[in-house]
Design a protein around this ligand. Structure first.
Ligand code: XMP
Length: 517
C-alpha cells in the first residue's frame, strides 16, 4: 500500500481517501512506527500528513529518520513537508508569518514532475505558522507564495517531494492532480485499485478464513451490513445465513427491500425474524430515550440469539459448526479505535442495535479497510439495488427514537407515511446527494390547532431535520429549496391523517444532535 503517516492531523484520513480515488490502495500508519515497522508493510510510497503543531514545540510529533533511507518515494504535506525538510538537512523557521486559508501560489520554473502542467498562478489551501526557509541540498524549489519562498520542493533522483499547502482539500485548485502526479508520474504506480479488484481480493481472503465452516450475518437493512453480507455470500455461497430482525420500527418498504430486492439481487439465504409484537410490547409506556434504546438493543440480542440457537443446532446436525459472524466494520471505525491490524471487538452500538459481546464467534470483517463511499461502489458492483446502496444512515433503534413520546403501532404508522413522503420528494428533487440524512420526527405528545376544510383539527406536528455532514460528528442544517419544503409540507398535511403542521429544524450539530432522541 501507500502508507499515509499520520501526524495527528484531521486530514490524514482524507489523504488516504484521495490516494484511493487516484486508484492506489492506501492505509494510515501512526508517526510513531519505526522504520522497520514501516518497511515490513512493503509500502510502495509514503505520504507524510499535516499535523497540528510546530516542529519546534516540545513533544512535537516526529518520524524515525531512517524512514528516509528506505528508498521509498515520499511526499510531505504541510507539517510532513517541514518534518521532511528538517530531517534531510533543510531549515524550518518560525518567521511569525502565518498563512491560513486560500492563498495564491506561483510555480517556480515549470513546477517539476509534481506541479508540471498546472497554471503558473493558482489558489491553494494553507494552514501553517512555521515555514521551510531553506530546501535541503539536492532539492529544487517548485513553488512559492508571498509569505513562503519554499512552498513546494522536489528531488527527482530520490523521488522525494513536498508541498506546504493541502492538496487533499477541495479548496486547493489542483490538489488531486498533485497527488496523482506524485503517485503515477513520480512513483510510477498504476491506477489499478478499484471495486472489481477489491471484491476479487476480499473473496479470496474470506474463503481462506472461513474454509468449509458455516457463517451467519445480521442484516440491518443498512449499507454496511448489506455489502459485507453480499461479499461473504459471493465467497462462500450458502455456507452463509443472513438474519434480519424486523423490530417493527422500520421505515416504509424497508423489509420488502431486504426480503425481496436484496435477496433477488444477491441470492443470499435469509431468515426474517418477525419480532414487532415483542418489541412494541416492551416499549409500551416508555418515553425516556435512553430507556427506549436499551430495550431495543436488548430485544435485538434476544431475537438474534433465538435464531442463532436454531441455526447452530441445524449446523451441528450437518457436521459443520457455525464459527463465524459477519460484521460491517468500516476503516474509520478501525482507525478511531486505534486499530489497523488485529481483531476488533464487537462494538456495542453498531447499525443493528448492538450484538451480544460474549458471542463465541470469530469475526469476518470484509470492509475493515474501506471508506463509506468505497463500500457503496462495491455494493453497486455486486448488484445490490440502489435503494439500499444509496441509503441514508438510519439508526439501529429505527423510528423508535423518532417518535417523541411513547412508541405505539398507530404512531409508527403516522410517522412511516410522513417519512415516506419526505424521502420521495427529496429524491424527486434530486437532493439525495446534498443531504447526509433527513430524520422525520413525530412530536407525538404535542398537539396544535389547525383548520382543514371547514373543520377545526387538533393534530400532531412533524419535524423535518435535513442535515449536511461529512461524518455525522458535526452537521449543519441543509438549506433546502422553499418549493421542495412546501411540497413536502402540503403532501404530509394532506395525506397523513393526524398531522396538521410541518416544522423545520434549523439547528446545527452541535448543539443539536442529528436525531431528536
Ligand atoms: P446523533 O443523533 O448522535 O447521530 O447526532 C449521529 C449519527 O448516528 C446515527 N445514530 C445511530 N446509529 N445506532 C446507530 O446505528 C444508534 O443507536 C444511533 N443513534 C444515532 C444517526 O442517525 C446519525 O447518522
Amino acid at each position: 500500500p501507500v502508507l499515509v503517516v499520520d501526524f495527528g492531523a484531521q486530514y490524514a484520513q482524507l489523504i488516504a481517501r484521495r490516494v484511493r480515488e487516484a486508484g492506489v490502495f492506501s492505509e494510515l500508519i501512526p508517526h510513531t512506527a519505526t522504520a522497520e515497522e514501516i518497511a515490513a508493510r512493503n509500502p510502495v510510497a509514503l505520504i507524510l500528513s499535516g499535523g497540528p503543531s510546530s516542529v519546534y514545540e516540545p513533544g512535537a510529533p516526529t518520524i524515525d529518520r531512517r524512514v528516509f533511507d528506505l528508498g521509498v518515494p515520499t511526499l510531505g504535506i504541510c507539517y510532513g513537508f517541514q518534518v521532511m525538510a528538517q530531517a534531510l538537512g533543510g531549515e524550518v523557521a518560525n518567521t511569525g508569518l502565518r498563512e491560513y486559508g486560500a492563498t495564491g501560489a506561483a510555480l517556480v520554473g515549470d513546477g517539476g514532475v509534481l506541479l508540471g502542467g498546472q497554471p503558473a498562478e493558482q489558489n491553494v489551501w494553507m494552514s501553517h505558522g512555521d515555514q521551510v526557509s531553506r530546501a535541503p541540498d539536492g532539492f529544487q524549489v517548485l513553488a512559492s507564495t508571498a509569505a513562503t519562498p519554499v512552498a513546494a520542493f522536489g528531488n527527482d533522483e530520490r523521488c522525494f517531494y513536498g508541498v506546504q499547502w493541502h492538496p487533499e482539500v477541495k479548496h486547493t485548485d489542483h490538489g488531486q492532480e498533485i497527488i496523482e502526479n506524485f503517485l503515477h508520474k513520480a512513483a510510477g504506480l498504476p491506477a489499478d485499485w478499484n471495486a472489481g479488484n477489491v471484491i476479487a481480493e476480499q473473496v479470496e481472503r474470506i474463503r481462506e478464513q472461513i474454509g468449509s465452516a458455516r457463517v451467519i450475518s445480521a442484516l440491518s437493512g443498512g449499507v454496511d451490513s448489506a455489502v459485507s453480507t453480499a461479499l461473504v455470500h459471493r465467497a462462500v455461497g450458502d455456507q452463509l445465513t443472513a438474519v434480519f430482525v424486523d423490530h417493527g420500527l422500520l421505515r416504509k418498504g424497508e423489509r420488502e427491500q431486504v426480503e425481496k430486492d436484496y435477496v433477488e439481487s444477491t441470492g443470499v439465504r435469509l431468515i426474517t425474524v418477525d419480532a414487532a409484537d415483542t418489541f412494541l410490547g416492551h416499549l409500551a409506556g416508555v418515553t425516556d430515550p435512553e430507556e427506549k434504546r436499551k430495550i431495543i438493543g436488548r430485544e435485538f440480542i434476544r431475537a438474534f440469539e433465538k435464531v442463532q440457537k436454531d441455526l447452530i443446532a441445524e449446523a451441528a446436525a450437518e457436521g459443520e459448526p457455525i464459527r463465524f459472524l459477519v460484521q460491517g466494520t468500516l476503516y474509520p471505525d478501525v482507525v478511531e479505535s486505534g486499530g489497523g491490524a488485529g481483531t476488533a471487538n464487537i462494538k456495542s452500538h453498531h447499525n443493528v442495535g448492538g450484538l451480544p459481546e460474549d458471542l463465541d464467534f470469530e469475526l469476518v470483517e470484509p470492509l475493515r479497510t474501506l471508506f463509506k463511499d468505497e463500500v457503496r461502489a462495491i455494493g453497486r458492483e455486486l448488484g445490490i439495488p440502489e435503494a439500499i446502496v444509496g441509503r441514508q444512515p438510519f439508526p439501529g433503534p429505527g423510528l423508535g427514537i423518532r417518535i417523541i413520546g411513547e412508541v405505539t403501532r398507530e404512531r409508527l404508522e403516522i410517522l412511516r407515511e410522513a417519512d415516506a413522503i419526505a424521502r420521495e420528494e427529496l429524491s424527486a428533487a434530486g437532493l439525495d446527494g446534498e443531504i447526509w440524512q433527513c430524520p422525520v420526527v413525530l412530536l407525538a405528545d404535542v398537539r396544535s390547532v389547525g383548520v382543514q376544510g371547514d373543520g377545526r383539527t387538533y393534530g400532531h406536528p412533524i419535524v423535518l431535520r435535513p442535515v449536511s455532514s461529512e461524518d455525522a460528528m458535526t452537521a449543519d442544517w441543509t438549506r433546502l429549496p422553499y418549493d421542495v419544503l412546501s411540497k413536502i409540507s402540503n403532501r404530509i398535511t394532506n395525506e397523513v391523517r393526524e398531522v396538521n403542521r410541518v416544522v423545520l429544524d434549523v439547528t446545527s450539530k452541535p448543539p443539536g444532535t442529528i436525531e431528536w432522541e
